[in-house]
Design a protein around this ligand. Structure first.
Ligand code: ZN
Length: 356
């Protein structure tokens, strides 16, 4: 009797062996996609500590040495938990030496300031124009030296190309991202002289094909969370193609969870946990911004909703970024070994840190 009672207490306390729940514990997570202001160190640390984020990739490391210095100081302030990525400067793109100069700067940021990658914003393909006012394509040959340099250095290229499909459609109340477009009217491409989303993604595919020795991380779920079939085809075609899930759990949570679980399981070695957390001088951004400034409690909830999506089998709950659309999402409940890779091990491999 006493032994039974002790066993019952043990099971209640430990909770796992008899209930069938798994003994897996979430590892220290790496968030592979954030935008961090060097002046916000204390707030960033608080957010990371509270949600169990061990390392975070700051994709806004800057283009110039004075910015690299600040980004490096932020990393030092947080005991190396912030990993910075270089961002090119497009101003001199008409200079015939631009590509080589950019490659040289990336090299310096990596070797002298501890940077660990290159970030390309969606401006490429959508906003960056040369002196003749022609949009610079994602696969413009002027960028080849930069892609090659990333490969030579062994650092990944996080690349944002295009945007949600809804941004190409009229900003009318039936647009599924109407609210977000109301707050950010300039995000709409409807009627603008820009390429279609398909054309932009084709440009990206040509770059990935042309630089097989460079690792590309197509952010925001391969830049096409509405079409997992496209993302799967890219992952099948190119071994040097990875994706992150930043700010797109709302989108991918709409698809059939069994189908998404199959995708995550099949490509478990090339998918990275990421959120698009932004911490600035004046406020924070949780995947997108609305009219109200989010609090640190909101940031904790934001991460918790991600854990819920990846770890449980819950159905029809509110997604992490309500302004990105009014629908509910279904969780994928990934197995522990897949979660360990997506949360941590794949990132360690790309950042060349420790055994994975
Ligand atoms: Zn971002």
């Amino acid at each position: 009797m006493v032994r039974l009672l002790l066993a019952a207490i043990f099971v209640t306390l430990v909770g796992l062996p008899l209930t069938g729940a798994r003994a897996w514990e979430r590892p220290k997570v790496i968030d592979f996609h954030a935008h961090l202001d060097p002046s916000a160190g204390a707030r960033i640390k608080g957010i990371l500590d509270r949600s169990g984020i061990e390392l975070i990739v700051n994709l806004s490391g800057g283009s110039f040495p004075w910015e690299w210095k600040e980004a490096q100081a932020l990393s030092t302030e947080l005991g190396g938990r912030v990993i910075n990525f270089y961002t090119p400067d497009w101003d001199e793109i008409d200079d015939p030496a631009w590509g080589l100069a950019e490659a040289f700067r990336l090299d310096a940021a990596v070797k002298r300031f501890g940077f660990a990658g290159l970030k390309i914003a969606k401006a490429l393909g959508l906003y960056v124009r040369d002196a003749a006012q022609v949009l610079v394509d994602v696969d413009d040959p002027r960028l080849d030296p930069l892609w090659a340099k990333a490969g030579e250095l062994g650092v990944p290229v996080c690349i944002h190309v295009g945007d949600p499909k809804a941004f190409w459609r009229p900003s009318t109340p039936d647009n599924e991202r109407y609210e977000e477009l109301q707050v950010h009217p300039r995000w709409s491409f409807y009627g603008e002289p820009v390429p279609s989303q398909e054309a932009l993604l084709d440009q990206l595919a040509r770059v990935v094909a042309r630089h097989p020795l460079t690792t590309f991380v197509a952010v925001h779920f391969g830049n096409d969370p509405e079409d997992p079939g496209y993302v799967e085809r890219m992952l099948e075609r190119f071994p040097n193609y990875f994706i992150d899930v930043a700010a797109r759990v709302p989108e991918i949570g709409r698809h059939d969870p069994a189908r998404m679980r199959a995708l995550f399981t099949r490509f478990q070695d090339r998918i990275l946990f990421a959120t698009d957390l932004g911490v600035g001088r004046y406020g924070i951004m949780l995947g997108s911004t609305g009219t109200d400034a989010p609090t640190d409690d909101d940031a904790a909830r934001f991460y918790a909703t991600h854990w819920r999506y990846f770890e449980t089998h819950d159905r029809q709950f509110e997604h992490p970024t309500p302004i990105q659309g009014k629908w509910k999402i279904d969780a994928v409940g990934l197995p522990p070994e897949v979660l360990d890779k997506i949360y941590r091990k794949n990132a360690l491999k790309l950042l060349r840190r420790g055994p994975a």
